[in-house]
Structures are given as structure tokens and as C-alpha cells.
Design a protein around this ligand. Structure first.
Ligand code: KG4
Ligand code: ZN
Length: 334
């Protein structure tokens, strides 16, 4: 089954063709990041307008690269939630038009399910059940993936998402949006033990809270500048990154041990972080767990991951009518 998939939930307009959930026939991503950089973050209205301009060309290119016409695909998949509502609506409406015109089934895909499915593309042997950490710009979840379309969230952030925390700390240290990748790079030259940042104590076992950590980076930088002191940016970055990735890794390992999972999957933009990948690799090797992370080109937003998940949604009977709407805040298990 060949699925044409579309993604427009944030600042990437993407289209792909994926066969049977695992084989990418084409994948095209048009990023708007250079424009949003000017404002230090994604400006929702600009995002919607750029998606409107780009989506037709990106879709045409994805079909061309796959050597297919619209008539050759067996379904149209689209990210319908969660994300920026105006941005999502561009993809949803475009997908509806294609589905109507070509007479193909319309398959709605939750963006976070898509991030997890990026691993199915890269790791052909991977199948649920497994324990999964989703770390993106907007979400930080630990979930039990019981089947391809059966998810239970067992932990989540109570405030900022991991990616958001990276981006805010990076901005405080003077880096462009999105700053996660810059912090990752400069941390390689820094001392991760230079600063002790707080680790929150929560009364639920697998939840996260990153706002205190974010505030302490901001306070450190502001206090130093008020006193005219110079901070070693690489040391602050490395200490911050070490704290975030240690919290993520420790919590995930504890959950796996307590719930009896031996297969661990990581997904979302922050899964590109080199310190997180290294910590998880070591921790999983120590415990004899199998670790799956997406290749770097599938960590961030793309449509191939949406096409991968769409195959399993279709198999479970999850198609939509032409009254499909977008949703900014949909839970992954709904
Ligand atoms: O999954 P994603 O592409 O978009 C959302 O669905 O949110 O995640 C984007 C997030 C941004 O916060 C970005 O800074 C972060 O992923 N990110 C990283 C790295 N690469 C991307 N964070 C830390 N280290 C990285 N190497
Ligand atoms: Zn994403």
C-alpha cells in the first residue's frame, strides 16, 4: 500500500510517499526556520501562510521523486493534531482536497504517533510492544506503546517540554532559534560538571518538570551580566544539557525497569541530541535493553514518519471523512 503523506503542524511543510509503513519512496521537507529565526521562535500566522505557499509544490515533488501520479497512491495521510492550529488546517484542507479529487481514503495521523513511527522506517525489525520517550519542541512523554495504534501515557512534563527548554536556554545564551542543536554543538567543548542545576522532585514517578531548570539558567546568565562577570558559555551549555539528558535517561530507565520493558524507543526532535543518545546507549547496554533511536534525518519533523504511521492507522480502520478537522491539543491515545 502506497500512502501520500503530508505534514504541516509547525514550521516544516513536508510531503512523502511511503510503502507499507516501512519503505520511503520519497520525502520532501521545506523548512521555514530561516524566517522564524528573525523573531526568535515560530510566528503562527507566518507559518500558516508559508505552508499555503509551499504545500502544492512539495506534494508534486514527492510524487515526482517516487515516480508516481496521484492515481497510483492508495491513500492520503495528513497530520491533523497536535500543533499550531492554522498550520495544521493548511495540511488538513489540502489533504481533503486531494482525497476528494482522487477518490482515495483520507487517513488522519497524530503528529506524536508519527514521530514514534519514524523508528519503523529505520528499524525494520521493530514492533510494539515497547516503552517510548517522545521528546520534541512541544511534548515530553513516556509512553507504553502496546500496539501500533494503542498508547498509554505514563509520564509527561508538567510545564515546559524538553525541546522548549533547550531552545529557551539557548536563547538566553545568545543562540538563534531553534537553539537545541547549537547547545548540543557547543556542549562538546564544555565541562558538564561546571554548574550544578536543580533536579526537580516530583510526587509522581515518571513525570518531568523543566521550568525550574530553565529559570536557573536564565538567572545565572542575568546575575553574571549584572555583576559584569563573564560566563563560559560552553560550560553552562554542557552543564544544562547534562542535567536535562540525565533526568530524561534516569526516568526512562526507571520506568522500563519497574514496568518490565526491555525494548526502548526514543522519538522527536530532541532525540537528535548527542548527549541523550550516548547516555541512553550506555544505560541500555548496562541493563541489556534493546535501544532504538531514529537516524538524524528522521528525528525532526518530516512527512515520511506520518506516512509510516498512516499505514498502521489504515490497517486499524482509522480513516476520516471530509468533515475532518484539525486539533491543536489532541492526546496521543485518542
Ligand atoms: O520534533 P520536532 O522537530 O518538532 C516538534 O514536534 O516540536 O522538535 C523540535 C525540537 C526543538 O526544540 C529543537 O531545538 C530540538 O527539537 N532539537 C534538539 C536537537 N535537535 C533538535 N534539541 C537538543 N539537541 C539537538 N541536537
Ligand atoms: Zn515534531
Amino acid at each position: 500500500m502506497k500512502i501520500l503523506s503530508l505534514e504541516s503542524s509547525c514550521d516544516e511543510t513536508a510531503a512523502a510517499v511511503v510503502e507499507d509503513g516501512r519503505k520511503v519512496l520519497s520525502s520532501v521537507v521545506a523548512s521555514q526556520v530561516e524566517e522564524h529565526k528573525l523573531y526568535g521562535g515560530v510566528v503562527p500566522e507566518i507559518a500558516s501562510r508559508r505552508h499555503t505557499e509551499a504545500i502544492c509544490g512539495v506534494t508534486r515533488e514527492a510524487l515526482e521523486q517516487a515516480g508516481l501520479s496521484l492515481a497510483d497512491v492508495d491513500g492520503i495521510a495528513v497530520t491533523y493534531a497536535p500543533g499550531l492550529i492554522g498550520a495544521l488546517l493548511v495540511g488538513v484542507n489540502f489533504a481533503k482536497g486531494l482525497s476528494f479529487a482522487a477518490g482515495k481514503p483520507l487517513i488522519p495521523v497524530n503528529h506524536l504517533r508519527g514521530h514514534i513511527a519514524a523508528n519503523y522506517i529505520a528499524h525494520k525489525e521493530l514492533e510494539p510492544p515497547f516503552l517510548c520517550l517522545v521528546v520534541s519542541g512541544g511534548h515530553t512523554h513516556i509512553l507504553e506503546v502496546k500496539d501500533y495504534t494503542d498508547f498509554t501515557v505514563i509520564g509527561r512534563t508538567r510545564d515546559d517540554a524538553a525541546g522548549e527548554t533547550f531552545d529557551k536556554a539557548a536563547r538566553t545564551l545568545g543562540f538563534d532559534y531553534p537553539g537545541g542543536i547549537h547547545l548540543d554543538r557547543v556542549s562538546k567543548q564544555g565541562n558538564p560538571c561546571a554548574y550544578a542545576f536543580p533536579r526537580p522532585k516530583l510526587d509522581t514517578p515518571y513525570d518531568f518538570s523543566f521550568s525550574g531548570l530553565k529559570t536557573s539558567v536564565i538567572n545565572l546568565v542575568h546575575n553574571a551580566s549584572q555583576k559584569g562577570q563573564n560566563l563560559v558559555v560552553e560550560d553552562v551549555a554542557a552543564s544544562f544539557q547534562d542535567t536535562v539528558t540525565e533526568i530524561l535517561c534516569d526516568t526512562l530507565m526507571r520506568a522500563a525497569q519497574q514496568l518490565g520493558y526491555r525494548t526502548i524507543v526514543v522519538a522527536g526532535g530532541v532525540s537528535a541530541n548527542s548527549a541523550l543518545r550516548l547516555k541512553l546507549k550506555r544505560a541500555c547496554a548496562q541493563r541489556g535493553f534493546e535501544l532504538y533511536v531514529p537516524p538524524l534525518n528522521l528525528c525532526g519533523d518530516n512527512a515520511a514518519m506520518i506516512g509510516a504511521q498512516a499505514y498502521y492507522e489504515y490497517r486499524s480502520g482509522n480513516t476520516a471523512g471530509l468533515d475532518l478537522n484539525a486539533s491543536a491539543n489532541m492526546e496521543i491515545n485518542r
